[in-house]
Ligand binder design. Structure first.
Ligand code: PEP
Ligand code: MN
Length: 334
């Protein structure tokens, strides 16, 4: 529900409405339109009678929002959200690339890759310490030790870190040490995890579910936001279709669709989206061209020996070439 206030309504006139709303057990959010002030309400608004709201002098009219996502939707927040994580801005014209290995494998590995991707212009270091693997016999990541190696790489390069949380068991460690908490495709609808992570109020990179619709992705963002976290980056990472030529089907049309429906920054992950390193450059450039606010790309200094996702990992040299081309695409669309 959106309450549209009369032109020129003063804070003093609006105060009684706010006081009334505070008793209604809903999330209240101010919305500054181009010429009008509005108040957005999320949560269960079914008990709020429009007639009682209209008795307040400064209320012009009431608008019911059809979309089930309110806090994530553009109607509640017309301007692009700009997130700041580890001192780096994302969204609203601030383009950022998070790059690094699928898994953190050792201190030397993550440090060498961090230095390389930083030189090429990455703004964030990605690397999995806790890995969601299809087989229980695959490498599961180094866990907390991996987090320590990421911290060392951050300290030595200045790159803020993005890494995936899989269990609420590690909430404290992530709250203390991670700049952007990643929620992976497999946990995209783990609603308990979403609410717990949302309570940390830290920036989150939320990936689209393996078979997740755009609305489901936005509803997952809504879980995080309803729990208290305003800084969500949505990430298209490919969905499962009948097509087998690529690991997933990268849905680049999700980028303009999400940007129309939501104010949140949108990233694309062309590595998991395609599964082949040779497709990553073209999909990265296309993602930037269609309006993505950033990319998450897997880079490994020895892809042939990587403990996970070597086939889709770029070498630092190929990543560097991509970043040079990216500058030209960004200039062309500016
Ligand atoms: C990842 O980024 O390491 C990852 C596992 O991606 P996704 O959750 O998109 O599969
Ligand atoms: Mn991976």
């Amino acid at each position: 529900m959106i309450i549209i206030l009369k032109q020129g309504a003063t804070d003093r006139e609006i105060e009684p409405i706010r006081n009334y709303l505070k008793t209604q057990n809903v999330i209240i959010q101010d919305i500054q339109g181009e010429t009008t002030k509005m108040i957005g309400l999320a949560g269960d608004t079914s008990k709020i009678a429009e007639d009682s709201l209209l008795t307040f002098n400064s209320v012009e009219r009431i608008m019911r929002v059809q979309e089930p996502y309110k806090l994530a939707g553009r109607k509640f927040h017309p301007q692009d959200t700009v997130i700041e994580a580890g001192g780096v801005k994302v969204g609203g014209g601030n383009f950022a690339v998070a790059a690094g290995p699928c898994s953190v494998e050792s201190e030397e590995q993550i440090l060498a890759i961090a230095k390389d991707v930083k030189t090429s212009g990455a703004k964030f270091l990605r690397g999995g310490a806790f890995k969601p693997r299809t087989s229980p016999y695959s490498f599961m990541g180094l866990g907390l030790e991996g987090l320590e190696f990421l911290k060392i790489a951050r300290a030595k390069t200045g790159l803020p870190i993005v890494t995936e949380i899989m269990s609420p068991q590690y909430l404290e460690a992530f709250a203390e040490n991670v700049d952007i908490i990643q929620i992976g495709a497999r946990n995209s609808q783990n609603f308990t995890l979403l609410s717990e992570v949302g309570r940390l109020k830290k920036p989150v990179l939320l990936k689209r579910g393996i078979s997740g619709t755009i609305e489901e992705l936005l509803m997952s963002a809504e879980y995080l936001m309803a729990a208290g976290s305003p800084d969500i980056i949505l990430c298209e990472r490919g969905i499962r279709t009948f097509e087998t030529a690529t690991r997933n089907t990268l849905d680049l049309s999700a980028v303009p669709v999400l940007k129309a429906k939501s104010h949140l920054p949108v990233f694309v992950d062309p590595s998991h989206g395609t599964g082949h390193w040779s497709l990553v450059e073209s999909m990265s450039l296309a993602a930037a061209a269609c309006g993505a606010d950033g990319l998450e790309i897997e880079v490994h200094n020895h892809p042939e020996a990587a403990l996970s996702d070597g086939a889709q990992s770029l070498t630092p040299q190929v990543f560097d070439r991509l970043m040079r081309k990216m500058e030209r695409v960004r200039e062309a669309i500016a």
